[in-house]
Design a binder for this molecule. Sequence first.
Ligand code: AMP
Length: 213
Amino acid sequence: MKIIMLGAPGAGKGTQAIKIAEKYDIPHISTGDIFRYNIKNNTELGKEAKKYMDAGKLVPDELTCDLLLDRVKKDDCKNGYILDGYPRTIPQAEVLDEALAKNGEKIDHAINVNVPDENIVERMSGRRTCTDCGETYHIKYNAPSREGICDRCGAKLIQRDDDKPETVQKRLTVYHDQTEPLIDYYKNKGIYKEVDGTKSMDIVFDDICNILG
Ligand code: AMP
């Protein structure tokens, strides 16, 4: 099963994607995590991506598409995968669809975790991210059992630079301009579904599982 998670930054799609990946035993692929891994390891890609990420902008498609296509070719993707944060532009979606079509494959579900803008800024300012495994928490709605420590792997939690309020506003604008058009793109393909992301994490998860079957 090949799944795409759509939604504004901070809608909770990353948290849900990790849970779905576990339940369906498929890899969770986050382009944001891949960029952050490269930044941490000071690679050329990391240095380039950081300039855009810190400004709340999208990393250019030229850097993003090949990276994603290489990742989904790996052996662990044979039974499918869940994409979190890709595609973020129509050209990214087209590149992926074309690559899949060459092998007679396609995306099965595009699920949008829908959260209005007014809820997003509050969510983002409370978000904390694991410096090691990338798991995300919220200081109010999904707090770790020990403050500042990841429940999953024990590493330190931080507030990402791009979750700071001034960057969040910029990321929301970018989302509406460049990513939201993907809703119509996947509606036209007949694979679009929406869940109400303002509900509790467990309900959102159940709603997504009901769609996936
Ligand atoms: P995320 O962890 O998905 O919120 O991504 C964090 C940042 O990484 C984004 O704000 C972008 O700057 C960059 N990024 C992640 N995925 C993509 C993508 N598919 N296309 C362009 N930029 C991306």
